[in-house]
Design a protein around this ligand. Sequence first.
Ligand SMILES: [Zn+2]
Length: 317
Amino acid sequence: MAMNRVQFQPGLSMAQFMERYGSEDKCEAALMAMRWPRGFECPRCGESTSSTFVREGRGYWQCSACRHQCTLISGTIFASSKLPLTRWFLAMHLLTQAKNNVSALELKRHLGVSYKSAWLVKHKVMEVMRLRETSRELDGRVEIDDAYLGGERSGGKSGRGSPNKVPIVVAVQTTPQGQPVLACLRQQPHRAEEVAIFAAQHIATSATVVSDGLWCFRATQIVGADHERVVTGGGRASVELPQLKAVNTVLSNLKTAASGTYHAFNFAKYAHRYLAELQYRFNRRFDLSAILARLLRAAALTTPHPGAVIRMAEVRH
Ligand SMILES: [Zn+2]
């Protein structure tokens, strides 16, 4: 078997993880360093002097200027959670280091918490990932294609797919030789005007877009990028175009993620987040030793998302 650059890279081992984040004190110190790298900073007024006290076993800071009281987790994605930070950190470790997607059910077993708690932890972490990827822009050679949430290509049957199928658009930036570099996946109706918006948001004007005959004009006319049109004789789905190899690689990752998810319904309802999780992991797959620290920092800087908000499906405008 050929050596795989992703599989054989040194990630963060469980032993290293435990050494760094194996106790509540260590997790608190790490979160403190990420949230307030220069020491306490009042979330309300920016003041740096404070007093501290403990109430019901939890440490509080009180701002010396405006008297605002906060904990280390208030104002972050961890806000109002009853779980210890060690559980959150372990969840983030598993969600970033595991080779395949970790389902909420699997997370429940690893964390020793209820399914409901594990689901919420996973979805909050996925939301952090989604927010980090919203402004992703692809440049250089970019393959683009339409597909469905389960990872199947649409086969050009625009508007005629099963009503249960969730349409998505997949774009992958590659090296000039076609090796995948960065991916961008969005739940997106397969309509020209919607794809044009996707292209405007995620494809640089200097990119060269590669698509099959059906898609190129739609995706590129708005952003003004060059395009390379691959025309095939037969049906679209019957041929796996070598020019769209990177897209197919990402779609096969998506198939694996979809099949490992406990509830298919869940996967469709929260498609925006599952796609973002896959995109986040894919785009950082060559940097597994730093990915956890980067995710922790993003989590510390992400504002609270109450469970009710997390449980809502994506609102599309
Ligand atoms: Zn203050």
